[in-house]
Design a protein around this ligand. Structure first.
Ligand code: SF4
Length: 447
């Protein structure tokens, strides 16, 4: 089944590139499931999606019930049905050679089913301050709301969603979907344009709230130290993706973004592919260069395939040694790498002597991964690791009583599902702590 727009249409605009499965396709796909006894797909789902029950309801055309089952575990089902890394999680766990397309079936359900109403709960006179409006912070807020708590979510940016609304290209995830999933969280208020640690301090939040959850994500881009990195027109991929969103480059003809004629993107993560494909839609010629070989790249292979269809030149197993040019970038000097597998299965890379070549370009974008966001506040000193992450115990408690931390801020860059799962875990831990039940041994079953 062909569910991706043809290349020429894709490159013309930023509309979502995947269509929804139709009813017949969805039911046929769900019916391929063998309802395995131990369901490895379920244990591979960080949020604990009950895959078999979900698929069974889909087979029987009980779409509302299938939606309800997803929504119980996943606070933002529409968003994850478009961009989650199912290929590396539940779908990877599927034991069939041709994996069941769980993400696409979830998308079908989110279009066909009726979203369940949140059950009425007794509202509690307690509030939680959440720092960071990304997936972990909002998943925590959504979970706390189900338990009757109020939350205020603080974020430096003027919109909620973190990287979802800031860096995921619109051809994958529309603004409307983000608004539908994130816009109506009951008992949650937002305080945007607020930098906790600078424009407001943790000590103030401690006065206002009964507990605090720090979820600032992993927004510090990794840079490499190679000759020429300081040249003009070397940019961070994150900045580009954010500016494209912020200046609505998909709508306006004249955007305050200077895009080169031939640009090079370094990296092979999904962010690197998003950057390359976004630049391509802005009309430039793009070359993506990565040290990793096909088996090592972290991006979905489907994204790489689509990039190649869009005539993005993807050069793998190649290291950029130098960025060349007088003041600004004029070319990059590369060397091919050799991949050798050790007996333990580890892949070792080494440069192939005499294989140096250069690629002319006028801009370079770095998409080399990101570290956890470093947080500091002069009013409350939280113990941190050497890399600047807050140190937390198994209950996600920091060294400061009543302050918890989680999501990508503690885990580093992980999948959307993993960071949402950590946000939900934080909500449960905060709930137990507020009820003096956290230290009990089997705390998950206490309340
Ligand atoms: S592993 Fe695959 S076939 Fe088995 S229950 Fe899960 S989705 Fe169905």
């Amino acid at each position: 089944m062909n569910i991706v727009l043809p290349v020429q249409k894709r490159l013309k605009h930023f509309e979502e590139e995947e269509r929804v499965l139709n009813k017949e396709e969805a039911i046929t796909e769900a019916k391929r499931c063998e309802m395995c006894e131990n369901a490895p797909c379920e244990s591979a789902s960080p949020l604990g999606l009950p895959v078999r029950a979900f698929l069974r309801n889909l087979q029987d055309q009980h779409f509302d019930e299938a939606y309800r089952l997803v929504k119980i575990v996943n606070p933002f089902p529409k968003i994850s049905s478009k961009i989650c890394d199912a290929h590396a999680l539940c779908e990877k766990g599927c034991k069939l050679d041709k994996k069941i397309q769980i993400r696409r079936l979830q998308r079908f359900i989110c279009e066909q089913g009726k979203p369940p109403e949140q059950e009425k709960v007794k509202l509690l006179k307690k509030s939680i301050g959440i720092v960071g409006a990304g997936p972990a912070g909002l998943a925590c807020a959504a979970e706390l709301s189900k338990k009757g708590y109020f939350s205020t979510v603080y974020d430096a940016l003027p919109y909620q969603g973190g990287h979802l609304t800031m860096r995921i290209p619109l051809y994958k995830l529309s603004k409307e979907t983000c608004v539908e999933d994130l816009g109506k969280l009951p008992n949650v208020t937002y305080q945007q344009n607020t930098i906790v640690g600078k424009t407001v301090h943790l000590a103030e939040l401690q006065q206002k709230h009964d507990a605090i959850f720090l979820a600032l994500g992993a927004n510090t881009p990794q840079v490499i130290s190679i000759p020429g990195i300081e040249k003009g027109n070397v940019f961070l991929a994150h900045d580009l993706l954010m500016r494209v969103h912020h200046f609505q480059a998909h709508e306006k003809k004249h955007v305050p973004l200077k895009i080169g004629k031939h640009v090079v993107v370094l990296g092979s993560s999904e962010v690197a592919l998003d950057t390359a494909r976004t630049l391509r839609r802005l009309g430039t010629q793009v070359t993506l260069i990565s040290e990793q070989d096909y088996s090592q790249i972290t991006a979905h292979h489907e994204s790489l395939k689509r990039a190649q269809e869009e005539e993005i030149q993807c050069i793998l197993l190649t290291q950029v040694e130098k960025i060349l040019g007088k003041k600004d970038v004029e070319s990059v000097q590369c060397i091919q790498m050799m991949a050798q597998q050790t007996e333990s299965g580890e892949v070792l890379l080494s440069p192939l002597e005499g294989s140096t070549f250069t690629i002319p370009c006028d801009q370079v974008y770095l998409a080399l991964g990101q570290h956890s966001t470093i947080f500091s506040d002069p009013t409350v000193k939280i113990r941190k690791s050497r890399t600047g992450k807050p140190i937390v115990n198994e209950h996600l408690q920091t060294s400061e009583e009543g302050i918890f931390a989680g999501g990508e801020m503690r885990l580093g860059k992980v999948t959307l599902e993993e960071t949402m799962a950590d946000g939900k875990k934080a909500a449960q831990k905060i709930h137990l702590w507020l009820n003096n039940a956290l230290q009990k041994e089997d705390d998950d079953d206490v309340l």
